[in-house]
Structure formats: structure tokens, C-alpha cells
Design a binder for this molecule. Structure first.
Ligand SMILES: O=C(O)[C@H](CS(=O)(=O)O)OP(=O)(O)O
Length: 246
């Protein structure tokens, strides 16, 4: 592939202009990306990412309440009054089929909003790695892997997933002239890629949220290629690139 790949270690580690004209891949393994992928896999009509509760309530006022779910978390905990939090395991077909999800999370949805100048925004995680790679192998633009991180800081699970993406795209042979971010992500994957779940279970996230987020959630988000879903943003709404038009 001829595209250049860069990696941004958190949603605050780049200028919005840095993504102009690129394909941006927003990676928030724990948990916003994994939640969006699961929601679309289970038949949600679309996901509207919002930066805060104010935007969520403005958007919901223009929608029929039987057609949407207000979802999201603050510091890992479901926001009071919302229908769903940010655990992908809650986004069952029974709950989300045919619904539009208005999603408000601490890092993931903010990262998506900050990637607004990109030519295209897609969502990646371990769960949809293969579907994502199929798409990235064919894009003609440069690629910016945007790790959501945590409140402006690096999160191991996101950088590890970015490294996995780069490893696969380069066939395990990193060209010498890539950006430093791509080198670091690639190196992290070389070190921990053999046991992703174990590495993620010792991450800052797992320790910080051990009383809030279940181990089941973390194990679920570490699974490779569970779903052939590619969330792609169009006019403010994320839907499945491979999904059928109704
Ligand atoms: O809900 C999550 O898993 C995290 C919570 S925190 O910001 O890491 O405390 O939010 P996300 O936006 O999915 O990274």
C-alpha cells in the first residue's frame, strides 16, 4: 500500500488540520469504538457521537423518542437518566435494533468530533480489525490513526491496537521512513501482540476502573475479528460501511 500512516497518541495530541484530507481511524478499544461496532453489528440504525450532554439533549429533542437511545458515560459510569452506558455487552440486538444511538463518552466521541476535518472517519478496534484492514488497504489518502487515549494522555490498549493495524498493513515490515508515532505503536505491538488481553488487563484503564468496568467487558473488547463491521461517519451519523441500505 502507498498511503503514509501516522499515529496520534490521544485526542489532544494533534491539531485538527493534521487530519485534513486523510482517512482518520478513531481507536478507542476501551470502550467507545468497541461499543459502536457492537451496536451496529446488532442492528442499530446509526450512532450519533456527541461531545457532551448539552449536544446530546439538543439532538434528542429533534428525534422521536421511540427511535433513539440516549447513551454514554462519565468516568466509566452510565450517565443518570440515560438509557445505556458504555458497556458493549449492553448493546444487545434486543435493545438496539433499528434504533439510533446518541453516544456521549469521555474520550471516544470527543476524538471523533476532533477528527472532523478528515476526508473520511472510520472507527477501529480489535473487534473489527479485518473489516478495517480490508478498507484501509484500498484507500488512496494518507491515514491518521487517532488513539482516543484518556483525557489527553496515552492509553496502552489504543496504541497497541494502532500497532496491530500498522503491523498488518505493512506485513510486519515497517518501512524506515515512517513517523515516530507509527514506530512506537509498531514496537508496542511487537512486544505485547502475542497476548493482547493480558497486556490490556494490566493497563492503566483496567486498574483505574477495576471497580466500575467488568473483566468481562475488557476480555470482550480484546477479541480479534469478531465482527465484519466498519463504522463510517457520514453527515454526523456513523453507520456500517458494509451494511445493507434499507
Ligand atoms: O467508558 C469508558 O470505557 C471510558 C471511560 S474513561 O474515560 O476511561 O474513564 O470512556 P471512553 O470514551 O470509551 O474511552
Amino acid at each position: 500500500m502507498d498511503s503514509k500512516i501516522d499515529v496520534f497518541i490521544s485526542s489532544q495530541s494533534f491539531q485538527e488540520e493534521d487530519l485534513r484530507g486523510k482517512t482518520a481511524v478513531v481507536v478507542d478499544v476501551l470502550r467507545a469504538s468497541s461499543t459502536m461496532i457492537t451496536a451496529l453489528y446488532n442492528g442499530a440504525k446509526g450512532v450519533i457521537p456527541v461531545a457532551d450532554m448539552g449536544d446530546a439533549s439538543k439532538i434528542s429533542q429533534n428525534l422521536d423518542s421511540s427511535h433513539y437511545l440516549l447513551s454514554g458515560e462519565k468516568d466509566g459510569v452510565k450517565i443518570e437518566g440515560y438509557d445505556l452506558g458504555n458497556s458493549p455487552l449492553d448493546y444487545s440486538r434486543e435493545k438496539v435494533e433499528k434504533k439510533t444511538i446518541i453516544l456521549n463518552t469521555t474520550n471516544g466521541t470527543k476524538a471523533i468530533k476532533r477528527a472532523g476535518l478528515a476526508e473520511e472517519i472510520v472507527i477501529g478496534s480489535f473487534l473489527n480489525l479485518e473489516a478495517l484492514l480490508d478498507h484501509l488497504q484500498a484507500v488512496e489518502t494518507d491515514i491518521g490513526l487517532v488513539c482516543a487515549g484518556w483525557k489527553g494522555r496515552l492509553a496502552l490498549e489504543d496504541l497497541l491496537c494502532a500497532g496491530n493495524i500498522i503491523y498488518e498493513l505493512t506485513g510486519g515490515n515497517l518501512p524506515e521512513n515512517v513517523q515516530d508515532g507509527a514506530k512506537v505503536a509498531f514496537g508496542l505491538f511487537e512486544k505485547f501482540g502475542d497476548d493482547i488481553e493480558q497486556a490490556v488487563k494490566t493497563s492503566n484503564y483496567a486498574v483505574r476502573l477495576k471497580d466500575i468496568v467488568s473483566e468481562e467487558d475488557i476480555s470482550y473488547c480484546c477479541q480479534l475479528n469478531r465482527m465484519h463491521v466498519l463504522p463510517v461517519m457520514k453527515e454526523g451519523i456513523i453507520s456500517d460501511f458494509y451494511g445493507k441500505e434499507e
